[in-house]
Design a protein around this ligand. Structure first.
Ligand code: ZN
Length: 278
């Protein structure tokens, strides 16, 4: 790490990734927020206690923000990890809409696109790359499995402890735990690919699940609807589906899906199936 890395500097990021919040012993509530710079480089920003940000600083996906940030210390060796000074977050204009098949979003998001998960694993070894985007060759399934209905007791205990000493946010409830796990099963274009089964940690998955439950759906039915949307729609035959993937601090070699990029294919690209990749 260079001396320059240790200094706060102004970074302009197009936010493209927000993961579902989990209570964290160290950071109270952990949301992975990440995005790309104008050069297409990925940047991960944490800790950000998103729900504690004033409304004027609550950025949305595909919105440019500017923030003072510096590289994390040696505890987090992942290339893209930056520590933001949250008081300096400034939102720059409206989010970029999906107009023209997401062309304006793709300009930045796909600039440094990886070829495959295998490619990203090579990059991790070479320079500690821990975030990326690539296009799966084929998405086989989205598998739903039951998960703990509540956060681990040690998480809740630390959370309560943290809240006791805080003046802000004392009445705030922890984020609701989704009682299911969702995994994508897919393969990449890489000849080394043996297929993947990868956890989905996209904020939108949890948000959609609870929206449906709040509308009166049973948990199982809500989970099925999440599958319909994230498999049937986002990975549908008319979509040019890409996955944002990243690693966690605790398991730096286990990649998870942290977001989906799903522009509609132009009519002349549809029906070409896998040919469109080459
Ligand atoms: Zn693969």
């Amino acid at each position: 790490m260079t001396a320059e890395d240790r200094e706060y500097r102004k970074i302009k990021v197009l936010i493209t990734i927000k993961t579902y919040p989990i209570p964290s012993a160290r950071y109270d509530e952990l949301v992975c927020t990440a995005g790309v710079t104008e050069a297409g480089d990925f940047i991960r920003l944490y800790p950000i206690n998103f729900r504690d940000l004033p409304f004027s600083q609550q950025y949305k996906k595909y919105q440019w923000i500017e923030v003072m940030a510096k590289k994390h210390g040696n505890r987090d060796v992942r290339k893209e990890s930056y520590r933001p000074d949250c008081s300096t977050i400034r939102i720059l204009g409206e989010p970029i809409g999906p107009g023209d098949n997401w062309a304006e979003r793709a300009r930045y998001v796909l600039k440094n696109k990886a070829r495959s998960i295998e490619d990203l694993k090579d990059r991790w070894k070479a320079d500690r790359t821990s975030l990326g985007i690539f296009k799966p060759r084929k998405v086989h399934d989205l598998v739903i499995s039951p998960d703990d209905p509540d956060w681990k007791p040690r998480f809740k205990a630390t959370l309560r402890q943290a809240r006791l000493w805080e003046t802000r946010g004392v009445s705030k409830e922890p984020p609701r735990k989704v009682p299911f796990k969702f995994h994508y099963e897919f393969e990449c274009v890489d000849t080394r690919c043996k297929g993947h089964r990868m956890m989905i940690e996209d904020w939108e998955v949890g948000a959609l699940f609870w929206k449906l439950v709040d509308r009166g759906l049973l948990h199982e039915d809500a989970a099925k609807k999440v599958r319909e949307k994230f498999l049937g729609e986002l990975c549908g035959p008319d979509k040019d589906t890409h996955f944002f993937v990243g690693t966690t601090l605790e398991h730096p070699e286990a990649w998870i899906v942290v977001g989906v990029f799903w522009p509609t294919l132009r009519p002349n690209e549809q029906g070409l199936g896998e040919q469109r990749l080459f």
